[in-house]
Design a protein around this ligand. Structure first.
Ligand SMILES: NC(=O)c1ccc[n+]([C@@H]2O[C@H](COP(=O)([O-])OP(=O)(O)OC[C@H]3O[C@@H](n4cnc5c(N)ncnc54)[C@H](OP(=O)(O)O)[C@@H]3O)[C@@H](O)[C@H]2O)c1
Length: 273
């Protein structure tokens, strides 16, 4: 399936902040015409103002029956924001939510059970085409609806389909929030380099390239990460000394990551209550 249907019927984006704009750039790069995009956002960015000069509809009347309507406001803002798209046809439009925690049941209660609703969890590497998005649909979202949502999200990276919505809290905690954990690891690695005597800019360059390079190797190599780790680790060498600290059963990274991911998943569940 191509994205032609978006250019024919239109795409509505409710909320165009960090995640909405990251995805928008991917769609425009994949051939979605600015004139087929309608955005509702109270304080549009300079980039959106400039796209409006190329035909993008900004806080203007919405198409009656757009191909897809993406719900990309904060979960806490959803209730106030949804009335702005209430005139959109329920039969023909796919509603795609990227909001953390907010359940398909909630959207069905507002939009009706006949509305095709797809719930997705993307992540910010979408801004450079390297995101990963998990999706799951409601009963009214048939194969065509899921395929269109999937294709749209593939414009900004990989996609995976979930077996059930109950996986979404864990997905949110791993890949939705995950980029922040990795950015913090870069910060921590650079700070540790400074503590060992490196200038801050050099330590940051080393940390960013190391995490970026290791991430690319982990994705491209045929070996699993545990084998790649062993490849770095000389017996009795420097890496082994560091891994003794990082792989400590009680105080190492694994129990810490377990606690962090649990906190995120618990918060996702709370947002859905
Ligand atoms: N950021 C991520 O890494 C990420 C990843 C996956 C999913 N998500 C989900 O994506 C959604 C958006 O997150 P975000 O990080 O992009 O947040 P964000 O940067 O705050 O974007 C939300 C946008 O919606 C606008 N907005 C607020 N009230 C509105 C209304 N009534 N009608 C229309 N637009 C309104 C906001 O404008 P103002 O800024 O002026 O209030 C902002 O531009 C959230 O539900 C989040 O759970 C985020």
């Amino acid at each position: 399936m191509s994205l032609d249907i978006i250019n024919q019927r239109g795409l509505v984006l409710l909320g165009c902040g960090k995640m909405g704009s990251a995805m928008l750039e991917g769609w425009l790069a994949r051939g979605v015409a600015p004139s087929s995009v309608s955005i509702i956002d109270p304080y549009p960015s300079a980039r959106l103002e400039s796209l409006a000069e190329q035909g993008l509809q900004l806080n203007a009347a919405l198409p009656d029956n757009p191909a897809i309507c993406i719900l990309a406001v904060k979960p806490q803002m959803m209730q106030d924001a949804l009335p702005q798209i209430s005139d959109i046809a329920r039969g023909g439009t796919i509603f795609l939510s990227i909001a953390a925690g907010t359940s398909i049941g909630y959207f069905e209660s507002v939009l009706g059970r006949k509305a095709a609703i797809v719930r997705a969890m993307p992540n910010t590497p979408a801004a450079v085409g390297r995101g990963i998005t998990a999706i799951v649909g409601n009963g009214a979202a048939g194969a065509d609806a899921l395929d269109l949502a999937d294709e749209l999200l593939q414009a900004v990276g990989q996609t995976v389909r979930l077996q059930g919505e109950d996986q979404m809290d864990a997905v949110t905690a791993v890949s939705g929030s995950g980029p922040a954990y990795v950015f913090h690891m870069i910060e921590a690695l650079a700070a540790a380099g400074v503590a060992e005597g490196l200038p801050a800019d050099l330590a940051m360059q080393l940390a960013k390239a190391t995490v970026g390079g290791a991430g690319a190797l982990a994705e491209e190599a045929t070996e699993m990460p545990d084998a790649l780790r062993v490849n770095v680790t000389s017996k009795g060498g420097t890496t082994a000394a560091a891994l003794d600290v990082l792989m400590n059963d009680a105080t190492g990274l694994a129990p810490l990551m377990r606690r962090a991911v649990k906190a995120a998943a618990d918060r996702s569940r709370e947002l859905g209550e």
